[in-house]
Write a protein that binds this ligand. Structure first.
Ligand SMILES: [Zn+2]
Length: 254
């Protein structure tokens, strides 16, 4: 039996990763769906129940932090229940093999780190820490008491360190990810259509730098027909695992 198209593509993608001096992954909501976190923007997602204009903006938080905290509580509940899935695990493996320099994630769920990823840029922040918008003091979620909404010692209501609409991407995350994208040789795009600015610039920067773009998504995206070199359609858990297995196979041969 000959190799199917998907097998050939998978081997090619694995070879690209093995040969690349600097590989990156850009991940989005789609990689966490299999962990039980619906895409906030999808049907049944957080933004269906909480109007993002009323609950998701920094000005809404400044005006009425108690109200926005009803959304944060729901967000936290969803994230607390989530567990990393095989796609997180496979990316962690690639990173331990020294073949995936950095994971740039738009997710705030910490699932890459829970599955052993060592270098992660959190483009939209993380829900595990909270900060005071008045005095900048930072707290770890697990160190806070039961009080909702939690308060800073200065009395101000704390805000999880997630990027709300109207807030800037953390400058260091923005700078580092753009620097890496402009010098990478392979970019894995997983579970994201990368349409939200400024994350949408990462595949474009990488492509311009001459990188191979390998995309894994359940549906084709705008990237598929423009910058993507190899497109795998399907679930991230299965496809990223297959890719990591192929990479491991090649590395064991050499
Ligand atoms: Zn404070």
């Amino acid at each position: 039996m000959g190799l199917g198209n998907v097998e050939i593509m998978s081997t090619t993608a694995a070879e690209i990763i093995c040969q690349s001096k600097l590989s990156l992954a850009l991940t989005g909501a789609g990689i966490s769906v299999e962990s039980g976190i619906p895409d906030f923007r999808s049907r049944g997602g957080l933004w269906e129940r909480f109007d993002p204009m009323e609950y998701g903006t920094i000005s809404a938080f400044q005006a009425n932090p108690e109200k926005v905290w009803t959304m944060f509580q729901e967000m936290e509940k969803i994230i607390r229940r989530a567990r990393p899935n095989p796609a997180h695990k496979a990316l962690g493996r690639l990173q331990h093999m020294g073949l995936l320099h950095t994971i740039i994630t738009q997710n705030i769920d910490n699932l890459h780190q829970e599955e052993g990823a060592t270098s992660v840029i959190e483009y939209h922040g993380n829900s595990k820490t909270l900060s005071c918008i008045s005095c900048d003091r930072q707290y770890r979620l697990e160190k806070l008491g039961e009080e909702i909404p939690p308060r800073c010692t200065c009395g101000q209501i704390l805000k999880p360190d997630v990027v709300l609409f109207g807030e800037a991407i953390p400058p260091r995350a923005l700078r580092e990810s753009h620097e890496l994208a402009s010098s990478c040789e392979a970019l894995l795009v997983i579970g994201t259509s990368a349409q939200v600015a400024p994350a949408n610039t990462i595949p474009l920067i990488a492509k311009k730098a001459g990188a191979s773009i390998i995309e894994i998504n359940v549906e084709p995206t705008l990237l598929t027909s423009s910058v993507t070199d190899i497109f795998f359609q399907g679930r991230a858990g299965e496809l990223v695992t297959k890719l990591a297995d192929e990479v491991e196979g090649i590395m064991n041969q050499s």
